[in-house]
Design a protein around this ligand. Sequence first.
Ligand code: ZN
Length: 192
Amino acid sequence: MEKKKTIKLYFDRPVDKDVPINMDGGQFGAPRNKGRRPHKGLDFKAYLKPVYASERGIVVYSGTREGSISETNYGETIVIDHTPAIPDDERHIYTLYAHLDKKSAYRGQKVEKGDTVGISGNSGTVAYYKKLNQSFHLHFEVIDSPTEIDWSYGWHSGNRKDPTDYLGGVTTIEYDLGDMVEKSVYSRGHLI
Ligand SMILES: [Zn+2]
């Protein structure tokens, strides 16, 4: 018998309410690199501001992402997995916080929504904003992946979604209970 389980996630903006979104090229999908690729996140005009976990989860990356010539240099970066209990082959949602001045969360740390995970800055490649004298900002991404991502192994640029579709709303994830979970459930003689 197939069993499903549902979780609901409520993503909040990762900076205080008075920190605006950069509407001048900082929106999701805005052209980058002379139009060759679109911006894959949402930028907040945050000059050395606290950065908060958008929803509860587990920090799966806390490091310096140097990138390469063809990739974005994210600088000091935090990634949170908001679906850590879901089986590997099911949908996972992550949030990413880049160009931080300081990180204040470590890999493996459990965080609640609103916990401070860093201070916004201008680490990494912020050439686009240097032109506009706005290099200090928070680059925020939502990665909605059909399977789990191993952030300790390489980097992953797929499945970026428009964060404005997630912030302030409810995201419902339905997934199959894995075989192991199912066995343990039956071994206790009842369904969860
Ligand atoms: Zn950005």
